[in-house]
Design a protein around this ligand. Structure first.
Ligand code: F6P
Length: 328
């Protein structure tokens, strides 16, 4: 982090969680509150994302208000997706409300939709710093997002259990994991759970026959069960299961893991990284920075220009995907 002086102009900051919740968000909130107060700056918690800002659900936060939350899943501030905030009028009103509550800047924790909201606020004169919070790992400027580690561990444990019963019954199991349009959760679980097929939107060619052929070939080799990890971005697991069963003769079941992946107590990594990112965001906001995002890149926590960060592209690593295919 670049050394900067704390700004005389920053007396009160706000903290918001927005978009889908993710385990570790509470650790980030706790760090923002405690670090800012340590810097001599007051903190206000804004409830239910940008929606709560527009409805002025704003409360002072003291150090004690964030006690006993680091181990809890979800977000104590609540979160929401807010269509009204996409309109200029909503953004102007949100900035007015910040001024009314004497909020000089905000830390926003969420995915890239949240960053867009934060950037819109900066255009209305409110300082904003983003922290990556999403289980999907789909924010281009960072190699780490809060919640991914917990989510893949939760999914991996669930998949192990499904694998047990799939093996007993000599079935094929299709397990659909979250990730919106990104295949990171599917790829990581696919490798970690030893899946026979990993279907991710970044590489999927919709050729189901390849999967059917691999099931038939595996059965000939004596494999008694078959595990397919399917990313949400491909979806249609239930109809896929019906088609695969009809084509292979192997009993096939689909399980959609769903929201369990977003909940639960955060892993040590999510608590630790979220704490560092929260503290970092509070520090640079107290120093007067704005339109920055906290990222983890090449083993270090850094802050980047939000506009540049949002323009970045991210891609699943080709080599890692190739490896995932040969380990089955
Ligand atoms: O971004 C996190 C995520 O859980 C995605 O994996 C999923 O596509 C989406 O949120 C679901 O959103 P909602 O909570 O609005 O149903």
């Amino acid at each position: 982090m670049v050394e900067r002086e704390f700004s005389e102009g920053i007396k009160t900051i706000g903290v918001i969680t927005s978009g889908g919740d993710a385990p570790g968000m509470n650790a980030a909130i706790r760090a923002v509150v405690r670090k800012a107060i340590g810097n001599g700056v007051r903190v206000k918690g804004i409830k239910k994302g940008f929606q709560g800002l527009l409805s002025e659900e704003i409360a002072d936060m003291e150090k004690k208000d964030v006690a006993d939350i680091i181990q809890r899943g979800g977000t104590v501030l609540g979160t929401a997706r807010c269509p009204e905030f996409r309109e200029l009028e909503g953004q102007q009103r949100a900035a007015e409300i910040c001024r009314k509550h004497k909020i000089d800047g905000v830390v926003v924790i969420g995915g890239d939709g949240t960053y867009r909201g934060a950037m819109d606020l900066t255009k209305q004169g409110i300082n904003a710093i983003g922290i990556p919070g999403t289980i999907d790992l789909d924010i281009a400027c960072t190699e780490y997002t809060i919640g991914f580690d917990t989510a893949v561990n939760t999914a991996m444990e669930a998949i192990d259990k499904i694998r047990d019963t799939s093996s007993s019954h000599e079935r094929c199991s299709i397990i659909e994991v979250m990730g919106r349009n990104a295949g990171y959760i599917a790829l990581w679980c696919g490798v970690a759970n030893g899946a026979e097929n990993i279907l991710i939107p970044e590489y999927y060619d919709y050729n189901e026959q390849t999967i059917i052929n691999s099931i038939i070939a595996n059965r000939k080799k004596g494999k008694t069960h078959h595990l397919i990890i399917n990313a949400e971005g491909i979806g249609h697991s239930t109809s896929m299961a019906r088609r695969i069963e009809a084509a292979t003769g192997m009993e096939t079941r689909a399980t959609i893991l769903g929201y369990m992946q977003r909940g639960g107590s955060p892993s040590c990594k999510d608590r630790y990284y979220a704490s560092i990112m929260g503290a970092y965001a509070a520090d640079i906001l107290c120093q007067g920075a704005s339109n920055r995002v906290i990222s983890y890149r090449h083993g270090e926590f850094v802050d980047l220009d939000m506009t540049e960060a949002l323009a970045m592209q991210k891609k699943i690593n080709d080599y890692q995907f190739e490896v995932s295919k040969v380990l089955t």
